[in-house]
Design a protein around this ligand. Structure first.
Ligand code: BG6
Length: 481
């Protein structure tokens, strides 16, 4: 590994900032929705003083590239700062080309003249990851480069292993950054800080005190115009294997020795190595009514738009504590939450004889809508003689902590700096695929559910004895945010 391509695991004095950024897939959806605005934010903070090269098959030129980027930034409602934009636009150029053709990479090379350690961001279909890195390698462009690859990395354990082996013929491991935008969310990374920067939670964070953990990623919107992408992927590969597994890694890991990539990744890896492959009967797949009519979806497709599963982590800390996960589209609300549900106190002291059992304490991490944390505890109900009632302590991160960076702003900024802390390692990726392998091998049928519900009813069955699913607090919820 050359000095110029070190990441945060290399000694600090060897880290060099990337000096150009190349976006493969510059005319795609992700670029329009996330990348341009994130780059603009980086530029606004003075962190993007470098050439920005877009590459795509679309018949664009430099001017179209700039116009599309500006339109995408403005579409987010951002008031564009003229000086920032002018400076950014003056450094933006476009290379039209086919990723399978060597001359595309020769043109990228010319556009990169003067750059010695570029960052290549591959926001392209997974089937093109390898061919693109091969093209870059063929043009002699990877020597001092960083390569950021979108998800999914592989489509199962073996393909992830194979893709990695092929990539390692072309680049070194510490040049490769597997991006997962959930790891760029402040509220997601906060799970680790909340646990380990406070004294009061960690002593309780085990199977003596925690009964179950629930993670819900609920989206009220449907697959929309992404039918041809989504139908090949489904909820499991789209959001569970990556986003939700990373959330579990942060919730379940042991404390790292330092807040640095290697110890953090080592503790997260332990979680996935202790995760029992999901058992048949511990998962349910659903498909919303109407999915089969979406453009790009195959006739009779059995791709899931909803999945619910129960995961076990066979470690001393977590033995006997189920992690319930559900994610889906066309559900009742849009919100992502992880809720840690504590056991009831050992003795029922304050409840009057005809009262139901007191509620279990809950710690609710809000990861997608009104980021923050809520703690549900019991307090004396003034209308009773001596009965307890659930009350909620709420922290809204925006109010308490100020504006957060956008996930891609955080992650692309980190990658430009060579900081790998918020990126998944190969072994973590392989661990997540191993845990999910039984579903991939034997997916079973999909149950149809009505849009606007919380998925098939059988998903409720799986968690009934643990008190049922806790509804996430999204815009459609009547609970206090
Ligand atoms: C993407 C998935 O990775 O994450 C989408 O491809 C999903 O299907 C999105 O909607 C959710 O991200 P967020 O940040 O809105 O929760």
């Amino acid at each position: 590994m050359t000095a110029a391509t070190g990441n945060a695991m290399t000694p600090t004095n060897e880290i060099t900032r990337s000096d150009a950024i190349v976006l493969f897939g510059a005319s795609g959806d992700l670029a329009r929705k996330m990348t341009f605005i994130s780059l603009y934010h980086l530029a606004r903070r003075g962190l993007l003083d470098m050439p920005i090269i877009g590459v795509a098959f679309s018949d664009w030129d430099d001017e179209t590239f700039r116009a599309k980027a500006l339109a995408a930034i403005e579409a987010t409602g951002t008031k564009v700062d003229d000086a920032t934009w002018k400076s950014m636009a003056s450094r933006m150029t476009f290379v039209q080309g086919d990723y399978t053709k060597p001359d595309t990479y020769e043109r990228v090379k010319s556009a990169l003249a003067g750059s010695s350690n570029p960052l290549f961001y591959l926001e392209i279909p997974p089937g093109l990851f390898l061919v693109t890195v091969q093209g870059l390698h063929g043009a002699g462009l990877v020597k001092n480069a960083r390569v950021v690859i979108e998800k999914p990395f592989g489509h199962d354990y073996q393909s992830a292993v194979d893709l990695y082996a092929e990539l390692m013929k072309l680049i070194d491991d510490d040049q490769l950054y597997r991006i997962d935008h959930y790891l760029g969310k402040n509220a997601v990374q906060d799970i680790m800080v909340w646990r380990f920067a406070n004294r009061m939670f960690e002593p309780l964070w085990n199977n003596n005190n925690i009964e179950s953990v629930q993670i819900t990623m609920s989206e009220s919107f449907d697959v929309s115009d992404r039918g041809s992408f989504y139908d090949k992927v489904g909820a499991l590969k789209d959001v569970i294997q990556n986003h939700i597994m990373q959330v579990i890694g942060l919730l379940a890991m042991d404390p790292p020795s330092k807040a640095e990539p290697e110890p953090i990744h080592a503790q997260q890896l332990e979680v996935f190595q202790s995760m029992r492959p999901v058992q048949p009967g511990d998962y349910i797949r659903g498909q919303y009514e109407g999915y089969l009519d979406v453009d790009g979806v195959e006739e009779g497709s059995t791709t899931e738009t909803f999945v619910a599963l129960k995961v076990h982590i066979d470690s001393w800390r977590w033995a006997g504590v189920p992690f319930f996960i559900r994610a889906g589209k066309s559900l009742a609300d849009t919100a992502t939450e992880a809720v840690v549900v504590f056991r009831r106190p050992p003795l029922r002291l304050f409840e009057e004889t005809d009262c139901p059992d007191p509620e279990r304490n809950r710690l609710r991490f809000r990861l997608g809508h009104n980021d923050g944390v809520q703690m549900q505890v019991q307090a004396l109900d003034p209308s009773s003689h001596m009965a307890s009632k659930a009350v909620v302590l709420n922290v809204d991160f925006n109010e308490a902590l100020g504006e957060e960076k956008l996930p891609y702003e955080q992650l692309l900024g980190d990658a430009l700096e060579g900081n790998a802390t918020r990126f998944a390692t190969q072994r973590i990726i392989e661990g997540t695929w191993t845990a999910l392998a039984p579903i991939l091998e034997n997916p079973g049928p999909v149950e149809v559910y009505k849009p606007g519900t919380m998925g098939p009813e059988s998903a409720d069955e799986m968690i009934r004895e643990y008190g049922g699913w806790i509804q996430p607090i999204g815009p459609a919820s009547d609970m206090p945010a």
